[in-house]
Design a protein around this ligand. Structure first.
Ligand SMILES: [Mg+2]
Ligand SMILES: [Zn+2]
Length: 185
């Protein structure tokens, strides 16, 4: 069986996007996330999270804050029998970053750097991987990484016509997985 993964954007896909979420008390899981990930796992997919976190680069919160929240988030997945294989984050911003964080990096989506790193570190077959995101930039990153499928969910940002055209499928949220995801994926 191919070594494959479902890549999830975080804000707007896993949790409600309250903008620059970095505290546990502000982290609200979107309905159906755990059930969806259980289905993906049962179909042989690893789970990877790839998230732009320019709030770090902008100085709104620290990498330490991000790591504390991530540790808690991964524990919530574990409590639902879901293993999150990797969490990748981009702390940079091309124009709004402070100090060393201001850079035109390869990891901030729509660049595919985080996705490619996941493919390499987990020895995945990119052509069997699926990306879920709530923005066009998530879709562009998946396209550049050569993923099999890119799915937009409407549980985050409002989407333009142009962004909708970048997706292979559009779901209301991960809560649709039971109905829309089959083992053929
Ligand atoms: Mg998002
Ligand atoms: Zn970056």
């Amino acid at each position: 069986m191919a070594n494959k993964a479902v890549f999830l954007d975080r804000d707007g896909v896993v949790n409600v996007d309250h903008a620059y979420v970095y505290k546990i008390e502000d982290f609200e899981f979107i309905d159906g996330v755990f059930e969806a990930c259980q289905l993906f796992q049962a179909a042989g997919y690893k789970i990877v999270i790839v998230t732009n976190q320019s709030g770090i680069g902008r100085g709104y919160y620290s990498e330490q804050d991000f790591h504390l929240l991530t540790k808690w988030m991964v524990a919530q997945f574990s409590a639902h029998d879901i293993e999150v294989s990797k969490v990748y984050f981009c702390p940079h911003h091309p124009t709004k970053g402070v100090a060393g964080y201001q850079q035109d990096c390869d990891c901030r989506k729509p660049k595919p750097g985080m996705l490619l790193r996941g493919v390499e570190e987990l020895a995945l077959d990119a052509s069997e991987c699926i990306m879920f995101g709530d923005k066009g930039s998530d879709m562009l990153a998946a396209k550049a990484a050569g993923f099999k499928k890119k799915i937009l969910v409407k549980s985050g940002q409002s989407l333009s016509e142009q962004e909708l055209l970048l997706a292979d499928e559009v779901w209301d949220s991960l809560d649709c997985a039971r109905e829309k995801f089959s083992e053929n994926n």
